[in-house]
Design a protein around this ligand. Structure first.
Ligand code: ADP
Length: 345
């Protein structure tokens, strides 16, 4: 850090170190010193703007032989790791983006072939095409997962919160999932309780969340049913619960599931057959939490099915403050519509 010992001696910590969060707010020693627990802070910066270092800080309170408390602070310069991570993230996001365009072209031409635009096909050709389309769709969804993860990790996630109509979205999405479930001999049940029609969410991301959780429930279930239950959770939230009678999860594995690539051992075969990146739940968790909700899972164990759930705000005041501005505009639009339908002009 370029601080000479004799200059440092007897000085206060804040006179020597100016630590900031990555967002630029100052971090005072009181935030990490003399806490009853060990503190670990990543993503800090130190030093002037043109020579800023990225720092990881660890702090612990120890008692010296005289019985006084002392605070030991360790600072690690992680600037090199941070720069490497940044170029890795950029590389991933650029390559995924570039891969998506040709994949979309392939998908469109396969669609044309499937729909007879290139002439009649034999049954064998149609069977081969179904396999090719399946492969392209899996590849596109992997590319999308990778792109979404890199957006989240680089803090580039953009959400547009609107007051969305849950049943309208379900009416659009459920038939496809019912078809997929029925193909596997599973029943898909949906129940929406009263007063659960409206939530504040980004509608595209909300669809992605349901697609992932319902898709997983169908993917990891071979017998029985998959159920989507929508209920009120207190006065200000709506709870979406996706339960299945499938593979289930060992309670010891639950913590890992929402991490990146948090796949559990018994699912590798299913994933190899049905596809998946191990990023889906990580993405869903980030979306839910950024929209002001919570997410969780319960399972009584392997072979006993699982229940994933998440909540989203139904009250404007539970939308994270930074996102409220976008929500206000869409609410105003909705309200004008409501008014004009009550008082036609
Ligand atoms: P992917 O499905 O691509 O592997 P996800 O992040 O969506 O990635 O899920 C991570 C892991 O969580 C899965 O590989 C599987 O082990 C487990 N999992 C997710 N949903 C279920 C479910 N409904 N039943 C059992 N295990 C599940």
């Amino acid at each position: 850090m370029g601080i000479v010992e004799r200059e440092a001696e007897g000085k206060k910590l804040e006179e020597l170190l100016e630590l900031y969060t990555e967002a630029g707010s100052k971090v005072a020693p009181s935030e990490f010193c003399f806490k009853p627990w060990d503190v670990s802070l990543a993503n800090l910066t130190l030093g002037p703007e043109n020579a800023r270092k990225f720092i990881k800080l660890q702090s612990a309170t120890i008692t010296n032989p005289e019985g006084e408390d002392e605070c030991v602070v360790t600072l690690t310069d992680i600037t090199r790791e941070k720069l490497l991570e940044k170029s890795k993230d950029e590389f991933i996001s650029v390559t995924s983006h570039e891969l998506r365009t040709p994949m979309t072209v392939i998908k469109s031409y396969l669609w044309m072939l499937q729909n007879g635009k290139g002439g009649n096909l034999t049954q064998k050709q149609k069977d081969y095409l179904i396999k090719a389309v399946g492969g392209v769709e899996r590849m596109l969804s992997m590319i999308n997962d990778t792109l979404n993860t890199s957006k989240i990790d680089q803090g580039r996630l953009q959400l547009k919160i609107e007051r969305i109509h849950v049943t309208e979205i379900l009416n659009d999405m459920i038939p496809d999932f019912r078809l997929k479930a029925n193909e596997k001999g599973l029943e898909l049940k949906v129940a929406v309780s009263a007063d659960c029609e409206k939530v504040y969410a980004d509608s595209g991301k909300f669809r992605e969340m349901l697609t992932n959780l319902l898709g997983n429930a169908i993917k990891f279930t071979t017998n029985g049913w998959v159920k989507l239950d929508i209920t009120k959770a207190g006065d200000s939230f709506i709870k979406f619960e996706i339960a299945d009678t499938g593979k289930g999860i060992d309670p010891a594995d639950i913590k890992r599931l929402f991490q990146k690539f948090g796949r559990i051992d018994n699912s590798y075969q299913t994933v190899a057959e049905a596809g998946g990146t191990g990023l889906g739940l990580y993405i869903v968790k980030s979306y839910v939490e950024n929209m002001g909700g919570k997410i969780g899972v319960a399972s009584e164990g392997l072979g006993k099915g699982s229940t994933f759930w998440f909540t989203l705000p139904s009250s404007y005041y539970e939308i994270p403050e930074a996102l409220r501005e976008t929500a206000v505009t869409s609410l105003a639009v909705l309200d004008t519509q409501a008014i004009s339908s009550i008082c036609p002009m």
